[in-house]
Write a protein that binds this ligand. Structure first.
Ligand code: AP5
Ligand code: ZN
Length: 217
């Protein structure tokens, strides 16, 4: 892996990771997306994860690390990946170091997307994605050029996530502060941390990120 994106739910990790993927030829690897795919496919891991995700809690390290390990071993990841939503605990961060050492990669930058908790509910409750290609949108902050029609693939089936409601978001923020925020100092101590102001508009955040990534890759 090359990049880790850290930040609370709704910070813009997925939005920015998709742009970085195109700009830098890296592969976006989102454990949230991998888990939602496992839930949809009804695998053993998916069955175990479903209720936990709907409650806004973190899925067990064991399940998430196994899913990430499998995906990281696929050939397209050799070019380098952007980790979006992983690691989320110290146990996961330590496991990641081991997995990367095995494939001869290391973390070039851990980028913390810094936002106020107060912005999160608005961002998340307005979010929807294209069912065809996964492009993310927002009712106010990122609308397609033609209403209801995806800019990227022309698809018209838009989806909202089961965990994007005010109650679950509150619990996701609690889990973030308790279990994930400590990773900011974990990566700072290793000298790979960069902080980006993610309260700015999407395009401005993207510019700042591009500069950070260009300087570190
Ligand atoms: P996951 O899918 O990772 O969700 P999350 O961390 O809660 O993050 P989100 O996807 O909600 O937000 P984002 O930062 O990607 O924001 P986005 O770009 O969409 O995890 C879901 C669940 O899976 C977890 O709760 C947990 O149960 C489980 N899980 C996943 N990984 C795990 C792990 N490693 N360990 C254990 N459990 C795990 O942006 C949000 C909205 O805002 C969009 O509509 C977007 O258009 C808009 N927006 C983005 N940027 C801006 C901006 N700058 N200004 C205005 N609007 C913006
Ligand atoms: Zn689409």
């Amino acid at each position: 892996a090359k990049l880790v994106l850290l930040g609370p739910p709704g910070a813009g990790k997925g939005t920015q990771a998709r742009m970085l993927e195109e700009t830098f030829g890296l592969v976006q690897l989102s454990t949230g997306d991998l888990l939602r795919a496992a839930v949809a496919a009804g695998t053993e891991a998916g069955r175990a994860a479903k209720a936990v995700m709907e409650a806004g809690d973190l899925v067990s390290d064991e399940i998430v690390i196994a899913i990430l390990r499998d995906r990281l071993g696929e050939p397209d990841c050799a070019a380098g990946v952007i980790l979006d939503g992983f690691p989320r605990t110290t146990v996961q961060a330590e496991a990641l170091d081991g997995l990367l050492a095995d494939i001869g990669q290391d973390i070039r930058a851990a980028i913390s997307l810094e936002v106020d908790d107060s912005a999160m509910v608005t961002r998340i409750s307005g979010r929807y994605t294209c069912g065809g290609c996964g492009e993310g949108y927002h009712d106010s902050f990122k609308t397609p050029a033609v209403e209801g029609k995806c800019d990227k693939c022309g698809g018209t089936e838009m989806k909202r996530r089961a965990d994007d409601n005010a109650e679950t978001v509150t619990q996701r923020l609690v889990a973030y502060h308790a279990q994930t925020a400590p990773l900011i100092s974990y990566y700072d101590a290793r000298g790979v941390l960069a902080r980006v102001d993610a309260m700015a508009p999407i395009g401005d955040v993207a510019k700042e990120l591009n500069a950070v990534v260009t300087a570190t890759l």
